[in-house]
Design a protein. Sequence first.
Length: 299
Amino acid sequence: MSLRQSTHDPRVQALILLVPALAIYAVFALYPMLNVVILSFQKWNGLDPHRQFVGLANYAAIFTRDPVFWVAFQNTVIWTVMSLIFPPMVGLLLALSLNQKIFGRNSLRAIFYLPVIIAPIAVATMWKWMYDPFFGLFSQLLTSWGMQGWIKDWLGNKDIALYSVFLAYLWQTVGFSMVLFLAGLQNVSQTLVEAARIDGAGRFAVFKHVTLPALRPTVTIVLVLSIISSLKAFDIVYGLTGGGPAQSTQMLALWAFTQAMQIFDFGRGAAISVVLLLITMTVIIPYLRWTQKHEEVES
């Protein structure tokens, strides 16, 4: 086959188009990821020109001699479970509401999506002010309503700090789920909806038997992105509490950063990052395979 004929092969053309993207991905994603894996087997303070190979010592240290790691692990699990429930659920409810022909729905969509485009550290700064127990918005509202007994140190109480931070995270991320569900709702067959209504199906029955099956691919995307986003939660936690009080809001991503950039133990920080990567892959890959098999059976 001549060179000209080979370049007309669709597979060759596709490969040529993919090469620049693959090269960028390899340089800025695969190489740093591989470097972190290698670093997790070494001891390095970030300044010495040489790294000391220590094998599995970093992993042994975080699993057996680092109590904060397990606190961060537990908080990350709680955060991930809440992220799988509340942002998708609230986003779906908003999408169903704003998919109706109501006055100002485009403006409402923009308002609910606006927090998504705000930098997480800016969101943290804003909510830190609102949570202030003396001068914050929530305290002022509760005082004006005569509910002073409800005022708490939202970020200083270790029993509620994690949930207070998550509320700010929910406010910022729910708009993204809403937009994805709104896009998925455009694929719902209105013919099937009208047919179901003619047959006497109520709103819940239409949603259960017509809308929800059509939204299944969107639900998969939303849940996968929610898991990935929740497992790497960092900015908003760092900005609101820094992991405190008493490590009650510490997360794996934040603890990896603390180990590397504040304690200057890059090996342990890399080991925590690798553990976080393995957790993400352990959760995401089986879910995607199960979803794919389920779709193949239905098709």
